[in-house]
Ligand binder design. Sequence first.
Ligand SMILES: Cc1ncc(COP(=O)(O)O)c(C=O)c1O
Ligand SMILES: [Zn+2]
Length: 368
Amino acid sequence: MKNNQTAFLCSKCSSKAPIDTLEPTCHCGGLWKLDYTPPKFSDSLIDKNCWNIFRYRAFMPLEGETWQDISLGEGMTPIIPLEENLLLKMDYFMPTLSFKDRGAAVMMAHIKNMGVTSVVQDSSGNAGNSVAAYGAKAGIDCEIFVPEGTSPKKINMIQSHGARIHIIPGSRDDCANACRSKVWEEKKYYASHVYNPFFYEGTKTYLYETYEQLGRIPEEIFIPLGNGTLFIGIVKALEEFLESGIIGKMPKLIAVQSENCAPIYEAAITANKEIASITPTPTLAEGIAVGVPMRGEEILSAIYRHQTQVITAPEPRILEARTALAEKGIYVEHTTAATYAAYLRYTETNGPLKDCLLPMCGAGLKSD
Ligand SMILES: Cc1ncc(COP(=O)(O)O)c(C=O)c1O
Ligand SMILES: [Zn+2]
């Protein structure tokens, strides 16, 4: 059903564009956000016969039924207790083994609906895996840019879905710049998990599912923070819940950056509105190694709006945290172990938490 109210809105100059615009940003360079108010969240609007994230499509500005051909059965990931007061949401139980499938499924359904047949994207690997897989399902040609040093398993997976891959020397930020040159110069459609507002409509479902599964929102929620796709999705969903009266107050959000690449942490400790200019050093947490998050100001604004605490993951403890999880049957990639390492240090310093949720974002088989 066409929703005439829904548009893209420039986050800088407030210009509007139709949601089927091919432009990656506003003419002023500002990133798009969605001008869309979903209906009040209610159990009765969930499509209980649909066993994937599109059961929540009533709260997304999706047009048409293309999602039915795109879904690979993403979402519906279990929540398990790890220890007292600690729950894990097993988001690596996904078609491409990471939470990025939530965002990619919705974004690629939108792109398919628009009739776009080829896209480019840059990624530390996981979002590229997701876009390549959903591109394959949708019959959309994909070119994926990854930084050198990306796990070979992620690269093989991208190629096996038929996507063309470009391995870019330098950092994750250099890789994004190489991809963006192609977008601007060759007018390619940018299926970016960072730029495209539809991606966040998918990551919102992390929170919707949590509520449906637990019947409550946990008191403390840890979120890895690189480009902020999960962070922004969770905040959006929580704000919808506040608006709908589902919750009366925000849970405590604790965002985790790498201590070797922490532009948002550095900004937050000085209450700055703009990300800090940093020089990243190598980290095992490749998924959050983003020196210049393009939605940095939007993320910082949400951080201050909701008194989010930003912490860093101790680099020397990432492997130990990965082993500790594996010894309990949970095999995660390093970026996810970093979240657990940050949780362990946080609770050692501040004492135990009451009712905490940690996302298990990426599978261990993806990194060596
Ligand atoms: C396993 C894993 N966890 C967390 C993240 C962080 O997500 P974001 O960059 O959207 O904040 C990523 C991003 O690639 C990832 O691959
Ligand atoms: Zn603008």
